[in-house]
Design a protein around this ligand. Structure first.
Ligand SMILES: NC(=O)c1ccc[n+]([C@@H]2O[C@H](COP(=O)([O-])OP(=O)(O)OC[C@H]3O[C@@H](n4cnc5c(N)ncnc54)[C@H](O)[C@@H]3O)[C@@H](O)[C@H]2O)c1
Length: 251
């Protein structure tokens, strides 16, 4: 699909999966609005707009969406990608950490959809893609808030799909382990990062972890008219991580 004259808003676009989405949509001819806590690199003078925005803050999101509509004329696609990982069981997690994870991973999707969807409705067309995680289906130890937030995204995805059909489609993407700064930072916290990376690789049937570019390709397909019969669903891109009981080891 040709994305000329279409505008894609991507949250958490300064790094990782969000940045890969921004490059791919820009290459496909779209106008790209990049939102992040840290200033995202301006990718093009005319076709990209970088905005510093905490997507868990209602006023900042409202202002950012208005600025994007004023600048590009419309919002056609929203990729809710910004997310944070915090570790802890329920007894270890503080209320503040719980609220932070919920606000950044889940409330931000509510807020961005709330202020982007009215622009999509003016054209009677749009797609919202929410980045969840394979942890919406299977769970490791010590990630209670993260897992809860990523699972709730699937419910919100269905809700948006039902409420705004047939004009707007809404889908979720659930990555397995993807090579991004988030993963590298998490692995660096362990006493033996090399060993942890090898374990990560071994957990996947593909015997490798995924790339941000592979996730971006799926996001782009789900925005495309070619996927126009798909809505309300969650798509795993996880190298088979979510289908094994004891990892991928044969013995
Ligand atoms: N990397 C993985 O293995 C993996 C696996 C499953 C799901 N995910 C999900 O994919 C998404 C992207 O992850 P990533 O690995 O690229 O992460 P990353 O940490 O590399 O990049 C995330 C970006 O989000 C931004 N961000 C964080 N809080 C924000 C806020 N309040 N407002 C605006 N921007 C904010 C960060 O500044 C950063 O640029 C996240 O939702 C994450 O949960 C990642």
């Amino acid at each position: 699909m040709n994305y000329q004259h279409k505008t894609v808003v991507i949250t958490g676009a300064a790094k990782g999966i969000g940045a890969a989405c921004a490059y791919l949509f820009l290459d496909s001819g779209a106008n790209v609005a990049l939102l992040d806590l840290i200033f995202p690199t301006q990718l093009s003078d005319e076709k990209s707009l970088s905005i510093v925005c905490d997507v868990s803050n209602e006023e900042q999101v409202k202002q950012a969406m208005q600025k994007i509509e004023d600048h590009f004329g419309s919002i056609d696609y929203l990729v809710n990608n910004a997310g944070i990982q915090r570790y802890g069981t329920v007894t270890e997690t503080t209320s503040d950490e719980w609220d932070l994870v919920m606000n950044v991973n889940l409330k931000s999707i509510f807020l961005c959809a709330k202020y982007a969807i009215p622009s999509m409705l003016k054209n009677n067309k749009g797609v919202v893609v929410n980045i969840s995680s394979v942890q919406a289906f299977v769970t490791q130890h010590n990630v209670s808030a993260y897992t809860a937030s990523k699972s709730a995204i699937l419910g919100l995805t269905r809700s948006i799909a039902v409420d705004y059909a047939p004009s707007i489609r809404c889908v979720a993407v659930c990555p397995g382990t993807i090579d991004t700064p988030m993963l590298r930072d998490a692995i660096e916290l362990s006493p033996n990062p090399t060993e942890v990376m090898e374990e990560c690789i071994d957990m996947h049937l593909t015997k490798r972890i995924g790339t941000a570019e592979e996730v971006a390709e799926l996001v782009k397909y789900l925005c495309d008219d070619k996927s126009g019969f798909i809505t309300g669903q969650a798509f795993r891109i996880d190298g088979g991580l979510g289908i094994t009981i004891l990892g991928s080891k044969k013995e």
